[in-house]
Design a protein around this ligand. Structure first.
Ligand SMILES: [Fe+2]
Length: 269
């Protein structure tokens, strides 16, 4: 994708999002959160892609995937007033539909269009589906990393540090705030396994679940960014202060270091 096309997509995105703006503060805050998130995922994608790809065209495509990955969030919120897919709609699938129906990607080659549509559609899937092209897989894995990195930013900088009343309402998915956390989810973290949203019972569980997303990162650069931004400590700092939770810090950092130093030949994946 050439740079001119990427600039056009930025303009399209900005105009599209404006059609979902609200005059009331509560709804507008939720929309803005996703607009800012999209811009950060765009930047994360550029950052990761620069270490993986050789050409500007490939880097631009990665940036576009980051920019557009959450377009489904805006019509999702307009219709259902929630970001909870389970009670509304799969926002990845909806995003791909928006892009296809609006003809946003019409000037691209069919192959490039498919890469972007599939990356948007499956960016939030619990598991990556089989049958995708190797090229699509690279962009899809990259946007899944770029998205997680920014979700950690959103929670550590914008959510957990704010008082409950100042938080964008739709973001915490309505989990109760208690001192509890479930042993099942804690076990998943110590076993280096992804936890399931269905097992989340309270806000601390949700934080632990987010920490298990580390085990789903794909690129060395993503682990480096995670450590540079100190998200592990910042997240654990918001959990109850006890040895079994504090012990997570080292386990998770060791896991990241191991991934950064693993031998993966010429690729950065
Ligand atoms: Fe998303």
């Amino acid at each position: 994708m050439d740079t001119e096309t990427l600039i056009q997509y930025k303009a399209w995105f900005s105009n599209y999002v404006k059609t979902f703006y609200y005059t009331n503060e509560k709804d507008q805050k939720n929309i803005e959160l996703k607009e800012i998130h999209s811009m950060h995922v765009y930047e994360n994608m550029t950052n990761i892609a620069q270490g993986v790809f050789d050409t500007d065209d490939e880097i631009n495509t990665a940036s576009a995937v980051g920019l557009l990955h959450d377009v489904g969030r805006f019509p999702q919120y307009a219709k259902y007033k929630t970001f909870k897919d389970a009670v509304s709609v799969n926002h990845g699938v909806l995003g791909a539909e928006v892009l296809a129906q609006d003809g946003v990607l019409r000037e691209l080659s069919p192959a490039l269009r498919d890469i972007i549509l599939h990356s948007v559609k499956y960016h939030n899937a619990y598991k990556i589906p089989s049958g995708l092209t190797p090229e699509t897989l690279v962009y899809l894995k990259m946007v899944r990393d770029a998205d997680k990195l920014d979700i950690w930013r959103v929670f550590t900088e914008e959510i957990f540090t704010q008082s409950k009343t100042d938080r964008p309402s739709a973001v915490m998915l309505g989990f109760p705030v208690t001192e509890d956390y479930s042993k099942k989810i804690l076990k998943a973290v110590y076993s280096l396994k992804l936890a399931k949203l269905a097992d989340v019972k309270c806000e601390n569980d949700f934080k632990l679940l987010q920490l298990t997303w580390i085990f789903d990162l794909n690129f060395k650069k993503s682990f480096s960014i995670l450590l540079e931004r100190n998200y592990i400590d910042t997240m654990v700092d918001t959990l109850p202060d006890n040895p079994e939770l504090n012990g997570l810090r080292q386990v998770l950092k060791d896991y990241c270091s191991l991934q950064i130093n693993r031998d993966s030949g010429k690729t950065n994946v």
